[in-house]
Design a protein around this ligand. Structure first.
Ligand SMILES: [Zn+2]
Length: 138
């Protein structure tokens, strides 16, 4: 285990529980139907407190990305020039993530991504990363 492991509390636990099942779930507001990410106790759109954890399709497109050539913190110094990205899900939610299995020159804004459920970064946690949907790894 290296770096800074995730902090789990009662609000965010369903996110981590879903990832451990290799699923993605997000809160959705029962009052205004907005998706809510990151996990919160209330809806940032309408202030409603009736949020329901809802499974979502984790197929995404690449919204933006950069290569972190200098670690932003000692906690991430073990990562070798990670591709930090924003992935946009079909429901419009944009997630900060890391792109795996791709060289920067292979990436383009709008390309299709698929989820990677990574269980190697921190013992007992599954992290959500993404990789290009094509081509398949050899
Ligand atoms: Zn709402």
């Amino acid at each position: 285990m290296q770096g800074a492991p995730p902090v789990v509390d009662e609000i965010s636990r369903p996110w981590w529980d879903a990832l451990s099942r290799h699923e993605v779930a997000m809160q959705r507001c029962s009052d205004c139907a907005s998706w809510v990410f990151y996990p919160r106790p209330f809806c940032p759109s309408c202030g409603g407190r009736s949020l329901t954890w809802t499974p979502v399709d984790a197929v995404a497109t690449l919204y933006s990305w950069t290569v972190a050539r200098v670690p932003v913190s000692k906690a991430f110094a073990h990562l070798e020039e990670p591709v930090l990205a924003i992935a946009e899900l079909a429901n419009g939610v944009r997630l900060p993530t890391v792109i795996q299995d791709a060289q920067p020159e292979q990436l383009s804004v709008g390309m299709a991504l698929k989820p990677v459920f990574d269980e190697t970064a921190y013992e007992g946690f599954t992290l959500l990363y993404f990789r290009p949907a094509q081509p398949e790894p050899a």
